[in-house]
Design a protein around this ligand. Structure first.
Ligand SMILES: [Zn+2]
Length: 1017
C-alpha cells in the first residue's frame, strides 16, 4: 500500500483506547520489533509503513465488545508473530455504518437522537476525566451542514497560492531550505525523560487521526515511571530514537504522507475546519517546539504576543491605556483565512535563519502538498490538496504562522514607531495604534507587502476607531477617506464621541458612545456604554450554556461541569474589564448560576442566606459559586499587576499615577485600577497603591485567588452572624466549614463507579449540606420509631432514626471502603473478628471490632478500628426537637462536638480493655455532614504512604482519592438511608399504590406544592 493512500483509513473504525492487560506485553513486543527494524534499516520504506499501519492492524476492531476484541487481537498477534504478516485488507477495518433507528424525515426524532448521542458523548468525556471536552460537547450547538456544502467550503478554504506568494518562491529560496542538513551536535536527540513527560501529560479522550493511535495507548505502552518494566523501558527508548529520526528528516520522503496528510472535518453549521493530526507527528512536533521557547520569547518580545504568558491580557490592557491617554487612531485588523493561505515556503526560509533544527521535519511536512481526507457517506472519501499555508491541527501551526509573519509585523512597527505608534500582533490578529496619516501608510503596507506573506486584510471586517480629531468635519473627512482608499466598511469605522458631541444632537452622541469600542481577543475596550452592551451579549452566551447544563440529565455531571468549566468562563472577561463596568454583569451572572443550582436541588427559589453559603468556597462550607463582586476587582487587579510591564510601555507614568493624590486629571483606566485597589485595601489595609504592583502569586495560589480571598474574607462570619438565632443552622454551617467535608463535590467519577451518585442521591446530599427542606419529609409527620417523635422537614431524623437499619448500612459502607483501602495497600486485616477482647477481662466474644489490622509497619501492635457516624445536631439520633437547641452557643460553634463526644465514649469503653489485651484501639468517627475526625485522616494518610511505596503512586494522589471516595460513600448512603426510611414511614400513606421510584420523583417534582398543602396533621 502506498503511503499516499493511508488517508483512506479515515473511513475505518476508531482505534481502541485500552489494550487488554493479558495481551499488553505481546502488543508492546510487536511494537518493539517494528521500531527495532526501522532503527537497523532506516531507509527501508516498507518498515516505516509497517510502523505507521501497526496501530490500525492491532487497535481497530469492527466490534467494540471487549471479549471479541480480545479474541481478534490474539488472532492478529499470532499472525504477526509468525512472520506471515500484512495479509489484511483495509476492508477488515472499515466501519459498517449503523442504520439510524428513526425516520430521516422525522425532525423531532432526529433531534432526540442527537441529544441522546451528545449526552453519551458528554458522559464519556467525563468518564476519562476530560472535563473541558465534556463541556465543549455539551454547549456546542447541534446541527451539521450538508456534505456538499462542507466539501465546498473546505475546498474554498484551501486555495492555490496567490500570484504574489508564488512570486516569492524562488529556486534560490528552495536551495536554502534544502541545504539544511543536521549533523553531529546539531542533530536532534530526544531524551526518554522528555518523551515520557510529554506522553504522561497528554489528555485522555482526544480524537486521533487516521493513524488510529491514541494517547491512552501510548501511555499504556510506555508504562509508568519510575516503575517501568524492562520492556516498557525498551519501548520508550526505541520510540525516542525513531522520533528523533523523524525530527532529523531521516524518514524516507515516500512515507512522509503518513504524517503529513490529515483527517479533515467541517464542524457545525458554519463548517469550521478541524484537522486531526496523527499522533506521532504531534509528539515529535511538541518535543521540537520545547527547544524553541527561550528564543521565541526574545524574538517575539513587544510585537507578537501569542507565546507570552497572559499575552491576550497584555494586548487588551495596553490598548485600553492607549485609548485613554492618546488621540491616536486604533485599527484592529482582521485577516482572511490566515493560516491556510500563509506563505509557508517563505516561513520555511525564516526557519532556516532562526530555527534550523526544525527545518528537516517541517520541510517534509510542508515542502510538498498535503492531502486532507474528508470522510463522506457510505465509503465516499474526498481528498483536498493543501497547496499553501500552515495546517491548523498542527501543534506547531501557530508558531509557524507567527515566525512567517514576524518580519511583516516588524515592518509595520517600523512605519509607526517614529510617530509614537505601536503594533500588537496576536497570531493573525493585528492591532495598530498610530496617528491618522501613519495609519494610512501602514494599511497600504498591509495591503501590498502583506500579500507576499499570504496576509489578506478582511475589508468587510476589522474595526477602526478614529481618535479625537480637531473637528467633526475633520473626522468625517477621514472616515470617508478610509472607505474610499481602503475599501473599508463605513459601519466599522467609529468617530470619537467627543467629535460627534459637536453636532449638538444628543441622540447622535449617545449612539456614538454605544458604538465606540471593539471586541478584541475576547476582551472589550471602548466607552462604558459599548462595554456594557458587549457584556450583555456575553451574558446571552452564558445563559445559553446554562440552558444546556440544565438540560443535561445527570445532576452530578452537571454540577461538576458547572464548577470546573462554567464558573471559570467569565474569568477572562473579568480580568480585562474594569469592575466599574462589570457591576450589572456580575449581578446577572449570579442569577444565571442560581438557575442551574435551583434546577439541581429541584426548587424554585434559593433564599439569600442559602445563596450566601453557596457562594463560599467548598472548604468554607459552600458550593464554590463565588462572589462575583469580589472576583471582579480581584481578577482585574491581578491581571493589571501581571501585565504591568506592557501597561507601563503604553503609559510610563503608571506608578506615579497610582499614587497620585486625587483622581482628577488622571486617565480613566488609572481611576479604575485605583478603585479596585481601594476595594482590596478596605478589607486588608496592608495592600496599598504603593505596594500592590509588587504582589505575586504564592505556591499553588494564583495572585487572583489571593486577592479574591482577601475580598471575600469575613463572608462566613457574616453569614453565621445573620443566622445567629437558629442554633441548628449555626451548627450545620460550622460542621461543613471543613477542608474535607465537601470532598464529594469535587469527586469526578471517571471510571470509578463508586464515585457516581444518582440524581436523587446528589440532590438530597446537596439539600443536606445547605440545610434545606427535603421534599420527602413533609411537615407535621411523626416517625414510627419509639416515642413517635415528630419528623423534621430537613429529613435529619430519617437519616439518624434507630429503625430501618439505615445506620448500619451507612456504617458498613464506610467500613467497606476502609477495608478495601487497607487491602489495596497490601495490609493484612479482617472484619468483625471474634475473641479480640477475650484474652484478658473475661468472655467478650460478642464484642466484635469493625476492623482488625495485624501488627505491621503500619502499627507495631495489632490495632482495632471502630467506626461511628454522628450528627452535629444531636450526636446520634435527631428528633424534631434537636438536642442542639439545649446546647450553649459555644458548643454549637465547636466543629465536631458530637464527634468528640462519640470518640470519648468509645475510648472509655474499649481503650482500657484493648490495652489489657495487648491491642491498640482507634475510634474512626465521621459526621454525617462529611466532617472527619483526625484519627481517620491519620489512618488514611498512613495507609497511602505505605501504598505509595508499593504502588508507585504519589501518596498525596492516593490520599485525595480515598478522601473523595469516603466522602461520596458517606453522602450517598446518607441519601439512601433518608429515602428508604421515608419510604417505610410514609409509604402507602403518601401516595397509595404507586411504586417507590415513581413516588419519590413525583414528590420531588412537586415539592413546593406538598410543602404548602401541609400534610394532614
Ligand atoms: Zn424514627
Amino acid at each position: 500500500m502506498n503511503a499516499n493512500d493511508f488517508g483512506a483509513l479515515v473511513q475505518a473504525c476508531q482505534g481502541i483506547r485500552f489494550i487488554p492487560e493479558i495481551l499488553e506485553k505481546r502488543v508492546r513486543m510487536t511494537f518493539i520489533r517494528t521500531l527495532q527494524n526501522i532503527i537497523s534499516n532506516k531507509t527501508c520504506e516498507d518498515l516505516w509503513k509497517k510502523m505507521f499501519l501497526l496501530p490500525t492492524v492491532l487497535l481497530v476492531y469492527n466490534s467494540q465488545d471487549a471479549k471479541s476484541i480480545k479474541i481478534n487481537m490474539e488472532k492478529r498477534l499470532t499472525v504477526l508473530e509468525s512472520g506471515a504478516a500484512w495479509t489484511f485488507t483495509l476492508k477488515d477495518f472499515v466501519q459498517t455504518r449503523r442504520r439510524l433507528a428513526v425516520d430521516d424525515t422525522d425532525v423531532d426524532a432526529q433531534l432526540g437522537l442527537q441529544a441522546e448521542r451528545r449526552g453519551r458523548q458528554v458522559s464519556g468525556a467525563m468518564r476519562v476525566g476530560n472535563l473541558s471536552k465534556a463541556y465543549a460537547t455539551l454547549v456546542s450547538d447541534s446541527g451539521t451542514a450538508p456534505l456538499d456544502q462542507v466539501s465546498k467550503v473546505l475546498h474554498e478554504k484551501n486555495p492555490a497560492p496567490s500570484p504574489e506568494v508564488q512570486a516569492t518562491i524562488t529556486p534560490e529560496l528552495w536551495d536554502r531550505i534544502n541545504s539544511v542538513k543536521l549533523s553531529g551536535d546539531e542533530r536532534v536527540k530526544f531524551s526518554t525523560e522528555s518523551l515520557l513527560k510529554s506522553i504522561k501529560k497528554k489528555k485522555k479522550g482526544v480524537s486521533h487521526g487516521f493513524d488510529k493511535l491514541t494517547w491512552e495507548i501510548l501511555q499504556q505502552l510506555v508504562g509508568r515511571e519510575p516503575d517501568q518494566s524492562s520492556d516498557q523501558v525498551e519501548f520508550t527508548q526505541l520510540l525516542a530514537k525513531v522520533l528523533s529520526l523523524i525530527a532529523n528528516g531521516d524518514m524516507p520522503d515516500e512515507v512522509a504522507p503518513a504524517l503529513r496528510d490529515n483527517h479533515i472535518m467541517g464542524v457545525g453549521v458554519k463548517v469550521r475546519p478541524v484537522l486531526l493530526c496523527n499522533t506521532l507527528r504531534k509528539l515529535v512536533t511538541g518535543l521540537l517546539l520545547d527547544s524553541t521557547r527561550e528564543k521565541v520569547a526574545i524574538m517575539f518580545d513587544g510585537i507578537q504576543y501569542s507565546s507570552m504568558k497572559n499575552g491576550v491580557e497584555h494586548v487588551i490592557h495596553s490598548l485600553r491605556a492607549h485609548m485613554d491617554t492618546s488621540d491616536d487612531d486604533l485599527f484592529l485588523a482582521d485577516a482572511v483565512n490566515a493560516f491556510n493561505i500563509s506563505n509557508r515556503t517563505m516561513g520555511l526560509g525564516h526557519l532556516v535563519d532562526h530555527f534550523p533544527s526544525l527545518v528537516p521535519m517541517m520541510r517534509q511536512m510542508y515542502g510538498s502538498n498535503a492531502t486532507l481526507w474528508l470522510r463522506g457517506l457510505d465509503q465516499v472519501i474526498e481528498q483536498i490538496s493543501m497547496q499553501t499555508g500552515w495546517q491548523q491541527g498542527d501543534v506547531a501551526g501557530t508558531f509557524l504562522y507567527c515566525v512567517t509573519t514576524l518580519p511583516f509585523h516588524k515592518g509595520m512597527q517600523n512605519l509607526v514607531s517614529t510617530h509614537d505608534g505601536k503594533v500588537f500582533a496576536f497570531v493573525d490578529d493585528t492591532k495598530v495604534k498610530a496617528p491618522f496619516r501613519r495609519m494610512c501608510e501602514t494599511i497600504r503596507y498591509m495591503d501590498t507587502e502583506g500579500l507576499k506573506y499570504g496576509y489578506q486584510r478582511h475589508r468587510a471586517k476589522g474595526t477602526y476607531l478614529l481618535g479625537r480629531c480637531r473637528s467633526l468635519a475633520d473626522a468625517k473627512f477621514r472616515k470617508e477617506f478610509l472607505v474610499e482608499e481602503f475599501g473599508m466598511d463605513p459601519t466599522r469605522i467609529q468617530i470619537h464621541p467627543d467629535n460627534v458631541k459637536e453636532s449638538g444632537d444628543e441622540d447622535e452622541y449617545k449612539l456614538a458612545c454605544r458604538l465606540y469600542g471593539a471586541e478584541s481577543l475576547g476582551g472589550l475596550i471602548g466607552s462604558k456604554a459599548f462595554v456594557e452592551d458587549g457584556l450583555t451579549k456575553k451574558l446571552v452566551e452564558l445563559n445559553h450554556d446554562a440552558d444546556k447544563l440544565i438540560a443535561h440529565p445527570n445532576v452530578q455531571e452537571r454540577m461538576l461541569l458547572m464548577q470546573y468549566c462554567f464558573n471559570l468562563k467569565p474569568n477572562h472577561l473579568l480580568r480585562t474589564t474594569a469592575p466599574y463596568y462589570a457591576k450589572k454583569f456580575v449581578k446577572q451572572l449570579e442569577k444565571c448560576q442560581q438557575r442551574i443550582v435551583a434546577a439541581s436541588i429541584e426548587t424554585n427559589t434559593i433564599s439569600n442566606t442559602v445563596w450566601a453559603q453557596m457562594k463560599l468556597p467548598i472548604p468554607e462550607g459552600g458550593l464554590g459559586m463565588r462572589s462575583w463582586d469580589s472576583v471582579s476587582p480581584a481578577a482585574y487587579l491581578a491581571s493589571v499587576i501581571e501585565v504591568q510591564q506592557s501597561i507601563r510601555r503604553a503609559y510610563p507614568e503608571l506608578d506615579d499615577a497610582l499614587n497620585h493624590e486625587s483622581d482628577d486629571s488622571l486617565p480613566w483606566f488609572i481611576r479604575d485600577i485605583r478603585q479596585a485597589i481601594e476595594q482590596v485595601h478596605s478589607k486588608d489595609a496592608t495592600v496599598t497603591s504603593a505596594n500592590v504592583l509588587t504582589f505575586t502569586g504564592a505556591g499553588q495560589d494564583s495572585l487572583q485567588s489571593i486577592l479574591t480571598s482577601k475580598l471575600e474574607s469575613g463572608a462566613f462570619d457574616t453569614l453565621v452572624e445573620s443566622v445567629q438565632q437558629d442554633k441548628a443552622r449555626v451548627a450545620m454551617l460550622t460542621a461543613v466549614k471543613d477542608q474535607h467535608a465537601g470532598a464529594w463535590l469535587r469527586a469526578v467519577p471517571k471510571h470509578f463507579t463508586h464515585m457516581m451518585m444518582t440524581n436523587r442521591e446528589y440532590s438530597t446530599a446537596l439539600r443536606n449540606r445547605f440545610y434545606l427542606n427535603q421534599p420527602f419529609a413533609p411537615a407535621g409527620k411523626r416517625c414510627t420509631c419509639a416515642g413517635n417523635p415528630a419528623i423534621d422537614e430537613k429529613g435529619f431524623h430519617l437519616l439518624t432514626c434507630r429503625h430501618g437499619g439505615g445506620n448500619q448500612k451507612r456504617h458498613d459502607a464506610l467500613k467497606g471502603h476502609l477495608f478495601r483501602m487497607l487491602n489495596h495497600a497490601g495490609i493484612s486485616c479482617t472484619t468483625e473478628e471474634t475473641n479480640e477482647w477475650s484474652r484478658v477481662g473475661g468472655d467478650n466474644r460478642n464484642l466484635r471490632p469493625d476492623i482488625s489490622i495485624a501488627a505491621s509497619q503500619l502499627y507495631p501492635r495489632r490495632t482495632l478500628l471502630d467506626i461511628t457516624i454522628t450528627h452535629p445536631l444531636a450526636g446520634r439520633n435527631v428528633t424534631a426537637q434537636h438536642s442542639v437547641q439545649s446546647q450553649t452557643m459555644a458548643i454549637v460553634q465547636k466543629k465536631g462536638w458530637a464527634a468528640d463526644k462519640a470518640f470519648n465514649t468509645k475510648m472509655s469503653k474499649y481503650s482500657d480493655l484493648s490495652s489489657r489485651n495487648g491491642l491498640s484501639f482507634i475510634p474512626q468517627v465521621f459526621e454525617s455532614t462529611g466532617y472527619i475526625r483526625s484519627e481517620v485522616l491519620d489512618l488514611v494518610k498512613k495507609v497511602c504512604q505505605h501504598a505509595s511505596e508499593t504502588r508507585k503512586i504519589p501518596a498525596e494522589v492516593l490520599f485525595q482519592y480515598h478522601i473523595k471516595s469516603l466522602s461520596v460513600v458517606l453522602q450517598r448512603s446518607n441519601a439512601e438511608t433518608q429515602l428508604n426510611r421515608a419510604d417505610t414511614v410514609f409509604g402507602s400513606a403518601l401516595l397509595p399504590g404507586v411504586r417507590n421510584l415513581m413516588r419519590y420523583d413525583a414528590i420531588m417534582a412537586h415539592s413546593v406544592v406538598h410543602a404548602d398543602v401541609g400534610w394532614g396533621h
